[in-house]
Design a binder for this molecule. Structure first.
Ligand code: MSP
Length: 654
């Protein structure tokens, strides 16, 4: 059986989890549940990063011993993860002895390889990032992430010979194109490697909170060097050889995957430093590091230090975990940033859950209840429906395999639309008047089969709701593996349970929330035509929509300033120009239809406006990552959107 060892970043415990940190854990949980569903052996690991100075400071502020404080925070984190239905198999803390053993072993191996040496570090240090900051990484003397002035420190440090591993890392990247994903992060890391690497500090002097260096117990291991080792520690490194052999040492053999899921802000540590540490220790590298985007709130990274946090439990208290899990998975293109707002969340709750999936469950169970005393009589499969399902299932699975979690969800929701349409077109309320029950049974059975399969496909995202749907359909709540579940059944009558709506529709707010920008009213259904079974007859997807968008919709579009670095006409195309652009934090390739209006030389060095969070698209075989903004009257000559004064690449346009 193939194996997946899946990890998330381990969290600092100076604050409780927020929606941004929860997003990562929910995404990882969706991935873990998908792999389990398709029959893989999964070990999903999360944990807490405790040896940070901020954690030490927070404990002291609360008059607590740091370890006792971390014990308390472990309880709080575990409670949040349990309420979000996150199904990790192991939870590691960096103060545990298994972790300390692994850290000491790793340091010993790098010492033995001659990769750790003594020196002095003098420079900036941002405690909130727990990072040594080069001068060139600061903006106006401030940390760009936390917008605070870092500390200037001078201390004895041990250094790790990161520079020694540059060529080996470049070779590994070349041999393993999927090592870092998505492509934008891989390109960013490649640029970094190509630019050369400096050695890095791996110890801190004069601190007691941390793991002592085996060769100099007066220093402690630098918190990032310490934290990265959690991934190997949880797989048994240095403590449990059989476990390590099972989950890590065999990586690289077919069917063995080690996947790290981390935020885009910490990819350098994971895609450069961590692999170099593993190479130094003579250990295999992970299969893939996926750098997901940020959850934004009003256009800013959700972060405690920026004061832009949303408590995930606020949504769980009102709606249970699943609507939030669905929103984060379906609405954020996995790999990109995505905005969260309560208005948008409630809009999607109504559209996807109350009107679409919830309505399908209600109308189907209530029709079976009313017309057939709750009995779903097994019949032959409807070939049109089963053929459509074949396509959806392939699409769903392919999307999961390439970690396109949002696309996997979207595929299932298109399937749910299809089932709602099937009911609307088949009109079981008319069939119920026939003396022959067979046509009615056939529609109810096939729609129920379609719904069962939708629930199974959505079970990684909304596990509790999927089980409840199966229960209402007269199935056991246990979810079989995909291999058996995906077969369209034609036997085994079932008895449905008719209950209250799974997701009651939320009514639009009566008063405008003065803290939010005003926006047009949420598009709602017209006076709802009802069917004899008392539910809405028109699929939500077919409602006439108000075409105006809310400010939240607008904020979903990530408009950025970019600088054109290179331009060349796409061969065999009149219109297309291939551009390499600088976005501040990364460089990208995009293809624009401006070749009839601009020569390549006119574009290089120009500052342009782009849509940065468009899904990649292939144009003439070239992957385009974004869209350049230009105006053209009636399809005539295109004019690029320009700036009065050129802002720095990467600046957000709002
Ligand atoms: N402790 C380090 C990670 C060490 S891993 C060896 C750390 N901790 S953190 O608590 O600051 O962040 C934990 C994870 O949450 C990181 O992957 C980070 O990128 C992610 N996120 C923090 N804020 C986030 C958002 N607003 N949105 C999405 N993910 C975010 O970094």
């Amino acid at each position: 059986m193939s194996r997946v060892y899946l990890t998330t970043a381990i969290d600092y415990v100076n604050n409780r989890p927020h929606l941004g940190t929860a997003y990562e854990k929910i995404a990882a949980d969706v991935i873990a549940r998908y792999h389990r569903l398709v029959g893989r052996d999964v070990r999903f690991v999360m944990g807490n990063d405790e040896h940070s100075q901020n954690v030490f400071k927070r404990a002291k502020e609360q008059g607590m011993d740091p370890l006792a404080y971390c014990d308390r925070m472990e309880g709080e984190f575990r409670e949040v993860w349990a309420r979000l239905d996150v199904s990790f198999d192991d939870f590691i803390r960096t103060t545990e002895s298994r972790h300390k053993v692994a850290v000491q072993e790793m340091v010993q191996r790098s010492l033995a390889a001659g990769d750790i040496y003594e020196g002095v570090y003098e420079g900036w240090y941002c405690v909130s990032c727990e990072e040594f900051k080069p001068e060139k990484g600061l903006i106006d003397g401030q940390c760009p992430v936390h917008r605070t002035t870092p500390d200037w420190i001078k201390e004895k440090n041990y250094f790790f010979k990161l520079s020694k591993y540059r060529d080996a890392l470049l070779a590994h990247y070349a041999a393993h194109p999927d090592f870092v994903a998505p492509d934008s992060r891989r390109n960013e890391m490649l640029r970094l490697l190509e630019g050369g690497l400096d050695d890095i500090s791996v110890s801190r002097a004069g601190q007691a909170w941390g793991i002592p260096l085996p060769n100099d117990p007066g220093s402690v291991v630098y918190v990032w060097y310490d934290a990265l080792i959690n991934y190997a520690a949880a797989a048994g490194f240095g403590a449990d050889d059989a476990l390590f052999d099972r989950w890590w040492a065999q990586t690289g053999e077919s069917g063995r995957t080690v996947l790290h899921l981390v935020g885009k802000d910490i990819t350098r540590f994971h895609c450069v430093v961590w692999p170099a540490m593993l190479l130094s220790a003579g250990l295999p590298l992970p299969t893939q590091i996926f750098g997901h985007g940020w959850v934004l709130f009003k256009g800013e990274k959700m972060s405690k230090s920026l004061g832009t946090v949303v408590d995930p439990l606020a949504a769980v208290e009102k709606f249970g975990p699943d609507p939030l899990r669905l929103y984060l998975t379906k609405e954020i293109v996995f790999g990109n940033d995505g905005d969260f707002s309560w208005d948008r969340f409630e809009e999607k709750y109504n559209a996807d859950l109350a009107n679409n999936l919830g309505n399908l469950v209600s109308r189907l169970t209530s029709m079976a209840g009313r017309y057939r005393q709750g009995r779903l009589v097994a019949t032959a499969a409807d070939p049109v429906l089963t053929e459509a399902f074949g396509g959806v299932a392939t699409e769903w699975q392919a999307a999961h395999e390439r970690l396109a979690l949002d696309e996997a969800c979207a595929a299932v929701f298109r399937w749910i639309d299809r089932l709602n349409e099937y009911i609307a077109v088949s009109a079981p309320w008319h069939l119920a008047k026939d003396a022959d029950p067979a046509p009615l049974d056939r529609v109810l059975w096939n729609a129920a089969e379609g719904l069962r399969l939708a629930a199974v496909m959505l079970s990684p995202v909304i596990p509790a709701s999927a089980r409840e749907i199966l229960r209402r359909l007269g199935e056991g709540a246990a979810i079989e593996t995909w291999h058996t579940a995906r077969v369209w059944r034609t036997s085994g009558d079932r008895q449905v349970t008719v209950k209250d709506a799974l997701w009651p529709r939320l009514e639009p707010k009566k008063e405008t929330d003065v803290t939010e920008p005003t926006r047009p009213a949420t598009p709602t259904a017209p006076a709802t035509p009802t069917t004899p079974e008392g539910t809405v007859a028109i699929p939500a997807s077919q409602w006439p929509l108000d075409t105006r968008i809310s400010i939240e919709d607008f904020l979903k579009i990530d408009l950025r300033v970019a600088k054109v670095l290179e331009a060349e006409k796409v061969p065999n195309s009149k219109k297309l120009m291939k551009l390499k652009i600088d976005l501040g934090s990364e460089q990208r390739t995009l293809v624009a239809g401006i070749a009839e209006s601009y020569e390549a030389e006119q574009l290089v060095g120009r500052t342009v406006a782009i849509v940065a969070n468009l899904k990649p698209a292939k144009l003439m075989g070239i992957e385009s990552n974004g869209m350049i903004l230009a105006a053209s009257a009636d399809g005539g000559k295109a004019t690029l959107v320009a700036f009065e004064e050129a802002p720095a690449p990467g600046t957000r346009i709002k």
